[in-house]
Design a protein around this ligand. Structure first.
Ligand code: COA
Length: 445
């Protein structure tokens, strides 16, 4: 059966940057350690006044198409995953296709376009949709463009303001992919939850602490579902585990849970038994509460072991490097975690071909998905071609006052006319409103 998966990816980072420990924490009267040690974040990326989900998505897709030598007729499907859409009817993919048609001769009139919504997991869902479309035989040899794009902004003084970010990831889903093949096995954990939502409002209502609990509960459920159809899994089954990363501190918690779960009844549990005992089994306890206390105690001890810490350093820590510099990208977040891992392997000359990634996606509301991906022979060239450092290094460093102004510029309830802080070059920009209230875009050389 032909392999289908991610052939190539590109990212587009918002052109501005907010230094969290250096600029944001002092202005909020907070200890910088909350960011560097607690949340695991150095900076957030922000959109300049001429940037939004369309410009960032179109810029990432343009880079990807140019690099792969693609024309619009090579693309049979454009799906956008976002939780920052500004239009309840016309999908963001049409705006992005309109942008791209300004710079290519052909058009996307025969491409099926859509928009996916399920909080941060919709990027992965769109990749799955593209995979299914190709596997079903309906693609006519064409590829799908999946774009995950978000401005993850929170209301001023909301606790979520600490974990903001903005950026887009464009992925090409094809047969015989160069980067990773997607497995057919998936595990889901899904329930009606109220942890993060935007009922007809721009900025989210979020119960951050609850969201962390829901993330862990749904991820565990997804892992159990995945185990039911995949072969026995072990902590060493995966070269890297990219998780959805609202902030790296969240992944620290998810990784520990995943390690405890996958090491149960394995040689890892046996070898740790002398040091920290065996994992508690519910049947050995009189009630649920004492069992849960024992699990907490075991988990705390596990986190301190050299065995766990060296696994985390090798398998999970490398997935966090981009996220630490850009904050939360919602739908794109798990995809930049994958890119971080592959970049780490490239920079450290790791031979990754044929190795397996375990991918843990999550969206509030809430759903988690666990699936495997197999690294393909062209991964090194693909990662080498991405310009992540260049984009991160060329961002404009905001003062706190500029941050306040730019936050207002993106607030849909405020009527502002704010000068851009950077000068766009070779990119799509937002340049005003049309007669029906549509946003309009142009390409700036
Ligand atoms: N040194 C070291 N660690 C510190 C610290 C310091 N000086 N100050 C705080 N910390 C730690 C805290 O102990 C905490 O870690 P823990 O969770 O392991 O206990 C972490 O830093 C965050 O501090 P906290 O006081 O809990 O921050 P907060 O009240 O501002 O809330 C979030 C943090 C993440 C809950 C909040 O930013 C939020 O809601 N973000 C949005 C999350 C989201 O969007 N979820 C939906 C998508 S999954």
């Amino acid at each position: 059966m032909t392999a289908v998966g991610i052939d190539a990816m590109e990212i587009w980072v918002g052109n501005l940057e907010l230094d969290l420990p250096g600029t944001f924490a002092p202005a909020q009267g907070e200890d910088p350690g909350k960011y560097t040690k607690g949340l695991g974040l150095h900076s957030s990326s922000f959109p300049d006044s001429y940037e939004d989900i369309v410009t960032m998505g179109a810029n990432a897709a343009h880079r990807l198409m140019d690099r792969k030598g693609l024309e619009p007729e090579d693309i049979g499907r454009i799906d956008v995953a976002t939780e920052s859409a500004f239009d309840n009817s016309k999908p963001v993919s049409t705006y992005i296709a309109g942008c791209l048609e300004q710079v290519y001769e052909g058009d996307f009139h025969h491409a099926n376009k859509g928009e996916r919504k399920f909080a941060c997991i919709s990027g992965t869902q769109s990749v799955n949709d593209a995979f299914n479309w190709i596997k079903s035989g309906r693609s006519r040899g064409r590829s799908a463009l999946v774009i995950a794009t978000d401005t993850a902004l929170y209301a001023r003084d909301d606790p979520g303001e600490a974990t903001q970010g903005a950026g887009a990831v464009a992925m090409l889903i094809s047969e015989d992919p160069s980067l990773v093949e997607l497995s057919t096995e998936q595990g889901f954990g899904s329930a009606d939850e109220t942890d993060f939502l935007k009922p007809q409002q721009q900025f989210p209502s979020v119960d951050g602490k609850r969201s962390m609990q829901v993330y862990l509960a749904r991820m565990r459920e997804a892992l159990e579902d995945y185990e039911a159809i995949a072969e026995d899994i072990h902590p060493d089954s995966f070269a890297y585990i990219p998780f959805h990363t609202p902030f790296p501190g969240m992944v620290r918690k998810a990784a520990l849970l995943a390690y405890r779960h996958t090491s149960r009844d394995t040689d890892v549990e046996d070898s740790l038994a002398e040091e920290i005992g065996r994992q508690p089994r519910e049947s050995e306890f009189e009630d649920r509460e004492s069992y849960e206390d024992a699990v907490r105690e075991y988990t705390d001890a596990l986190a301190e072991t050299e065995t766990y810490q060296s696994w985390y350093e090798a398998v999970v820590e490398p997935t966090l490097s981009i996220s630490r510099e850009v904050g939360n990208w919602y739908t794109g977040s798990v995809h930049i975690a994958r890119a971080s891992a592959l970049r780490h392997a490239y920079q450290n000359d790791v031979d990754l071909e044929g190795k397996t990634l375990g991918v843990g996606s999550y969206g509030s509301g809430a759903q988690a998905e666990v699936h495997a991906e197999y690294v393909q022979s062209g991964w090194r060239e693909e990662i080498e071609a991405m310009n992540v450092e260049e984009q991160l290094d060329s961002r404009y460093d905001l003062t706190f006052e500029e941050y306040e102004t730019i936050h207002d510029a993106h607030n849909h309830d405020l009527d502002t006319d704010i000068e851009a802080l950077t000068t766009p070059e070779n990119e799509f920009v937002f340049d005003g409103w049309g007669r029906m209230g549509e946003r309009q875009y142009s390409y700036v050389e």
